[in-house]
Design a protein around this ligand. Structure first.
Ligand code: CP
Length: 317
């Protein structure tokens, strides 16, 4: 049994053992998603606050559903309809939520480090649901669960991450996580989106600007969203991006025949990924979404539930 974490703010500070613990805890919750009645009483009486200061479909609904399936209530900040619009600060907003006595807060913010700033000042666990270009820890954990299920292991894989690495918190969290398991990680995209610094995030990271070279022999191919909302002066026209970096069926043939194709979503079909690949037999995109529920249930159970060391897993109870 792992000592309870105070917060979940990133993957970088987690050990390999902690990551494996959360993936193992998520396994029974995966099976639970197939039950006809998807409701546990494990967190009955607890409340999870959701503070999404940036748009989200998957992460927000996944955390809301995970809390509900564990029996917890949720309180959700609607950023667009909140007093943020009247000039209220981030700290006053989250302190206002905390004053309503939730047991944890799930937070997404466009500023890197915002959940860390909040976690230092609140008394309740903070779960990072994505901060700026920094980290998206629950995405990396659900990706790892998907890879471990499909490939049978996490160790020593050849992983290619393709696209806009510079603006991607998903890339950073995945590089940290897979690097702890000995992955050889190849980062590929237009040169302005694959800065030299990213090579320092894990021991075996290399850059290439040739998509053909990047895909050669890959076990896992992660495509990333082109983050148009973070790119103030796009230096590359969509047609150039498609010609140079779109994951097409022809390009995918350079990877191993059973290579996994992953995308954190939302996908821009026809830009980052050819629809034939997105919907093809190697695609794990929807499996990633389903696994997100299991991972977030495991994390909320750990951070909010505080299970005693000898407690049976709630989904096996
Ligand atoms: N993968 C991900 O974070 O998607 P959302 O922005 O829809 O939450």
């Amino acid at each position: 049994m792992l000592e309870r974490l105070p917060h979940l703010l990133g993957i970088e500070s987690l050990s390999r053992e902690q990551i494996e613990f959360f993936l193992d805890q998520a396994k029974p919750f995966q099976e639970f998603q197939l039950y006809p009645l998807k409701k546990l009483a494990t967190l009955r009486g607890k409340t999870v606050a959701l503070a999404f200061f940036e748009p989200s479909t998957r992460t927000r609904i996944s955390f809301t559903t995970a809390a509900s399936r564990l029996g917890a209530d949720t309180m959700a900040l609607q950023a667009e309809a909140s007093s943020l619009k009247k000039g209220e600060s981030l700290m006053d907003t989250v302190r206002t939520l905390e004053a309503m006595k939730p047991d944890a807060i799930v937070m997404r913010h466009s500023s890197s480090g915002a959940p860390h700033f909040v976690a230092e000042r609140l008394e309740i666990p903070v779960l990072n649901a994505g901060d700026g270009t920094h980290e998206h820890p629950t995405q990396a954990l659900l990706d790892a669960l998907t890879i471990r299920d499909r490939a049978g292991r996490l160790e020593s894989l050849n992983v290619t991450i393709l696209g806009d690495i510079l603006h991607s918190r998903v890339a950073r969290s995945n590089i940290h996580l897979l690097g702890k398991f000995g992955a050889r990680i190849t980062l590929c995209g237009p040169s302005m989106w694959v800065p030299r610094e990213v090579e320092g995030l894990a021991p075996q990271v290399r850059r290439t600007f040739s998509v053909d070279r990047a895909l050669e022999g890959a076990d896992v191919v992660m495509t990333l969203r082109v983050q148009t909302e973070r790119i103030h002066e796009p230096a590359l026209a969509p047609d150039e991006y498609i010609a140079g970096y779109q994951l097409t069926p022809e390009r995918l043939r350079r990877a191993k025949p059973d290579a996994l194709v992953m995308h954190p979503g939302p996908m821009i079909r026809g830009l980052e990924i050819d629809p034939a690949v997105a919907d093809g037999p190697q695609s794990c995109v929807l499996e990633q979404v389903t696994n997100g529920l299991a991972v977030r249930m495991a994390l909320l159970y750990h951070l909010v539930g505080g299970p005693p060391a000898d407690a049976p897993h709630p989904a096996k109870d």
